[in-house]
Write a protein that binds this ligand. Structure first.
Ligand SMILES: [Zn+2]
Length: 286
């Protein structure tokens, strides 16, 4: 090619390159505008005896708010079966066995052999990845039934989803040091230093952040202590809606928007880990 034809060639192709670049930039902008994907790692689709929202309504809600994965539980477990059977496109459903038939079981399951039977029976469905959410306060965790539940989880490669104070989490870990625990609400208002020491002490402990206080200040700005925690343990946090009452479903969009508000203040890599990456890694196909 002569110098002249080379420059003609370049000139002709410059226009094409410019057009391609422009469309790529436009494409990227469209992606950046899409809200970050969220994995909801604390979801209840209760069925007592009917759900408050129909299955297609909750599935539409996930789609609308770009929730692409859920840790699904239900009291009783019927709601979880329905979500599993829906086989919704673009939604990873990770089912956990709820050890409750009725709300009152919250206060007695840890001493109730019938509940341990329920867990073992439900497990036979074959698709479960964990047990929970269950509630424990302090020494209530120190029972034979709880120890059996933790051992059953470890033996069957199941996670535990524990709404518990730090003392109960320590007892669970003592029952079986191989336990893997998703810590619902991450201690609520527990000091961030204590959360940090728990995460340091137990490498198989993940903090789920629904109802967790102190993450943002009154103006929605990420607090320095929680920024530090997220930067120090980017692979140890999960988000959740905790739809334990209909009001939480009604506020579902606001809850997700609240998370996205502070996620946007973190480095994008960390934001992605907390929004969905950590849950995806925990619940990758067996
Ligand atoms: Zn809950």
């Amino acid at each position: 090619m002569s110098a002249r034809s080379t420059s003609r060639f370049l000139l002709k192709h410059a226009a094409i390159i410019a057009a391609v670049t422009l469309s790529l930039v436009a494409g990227n902008r469209a992606c950046a505008d899409e809200p970050i994907e969220i994995f909801d790692a604390h979801l209840h689709y209760n069925w007592e005896p009917k759900p408050y929202y129909q299955p297609d309504e909750v599935l539409a809600l996930f789609k609308k708010h770009r929730v692409t994965g859920i840790l699904a539980t239900s009291r009783p477990n019927t709601g979880t079966h329905v979500l599993m059977d829906a086989k919704a496109e673009g939604l990873q459903v990770v089912p956990f066995i709820r050890p409750y038939r009725v709300r009152a079981d919250i206060g007695s399951w840890f001493n109730d052999p019938v509940i341990f039977d329920l867990v073992q029976d439900e497990f036979k469905r074959g698709y479960y990845r964990g047990i929970g959410e269950f509630h424990l306060s302090g020494k209530a965790a120190d029972t034979e039934m709880v120890k059996k539940t933790v051992d059953f989880a470890v033996a069957n490669n199941l996670y535990l989803h524990a709404h518990a104070d730090d003392e109960a989490v320590e007892i669970l870990m003592r029952h079986n040091p191989r336990a893997r625990i998703i810590w619902a609400h991450t201690g609520f208002g527990l000091a961030s230093e204590r959360v940090a020491s728990m995460l340091a002490k137990y490498p198989k402990l993940w903090g789920e952040l629904s109802y967790r206080g102190g993450i943002v200040d009154g103006s929605g700005k990420l607090t320095p202590e929680w920024r530090t925690l997220f930067e120090r343990y980017p692979d140890r946090f999960l988000l959740g809606s905790d739809t334990w009452v209909p009001e939480r479903w009604a506020a579902y969009g606001e809850i997700m928007a609240g998370y996205r508000g502070w996620l946007a203040q973190l480095p994008p890599t960390i934001a992605k880990q907390i929004a969905h990456g950590n849950a995806r890694a925990l619940f990758a196909e067996k």
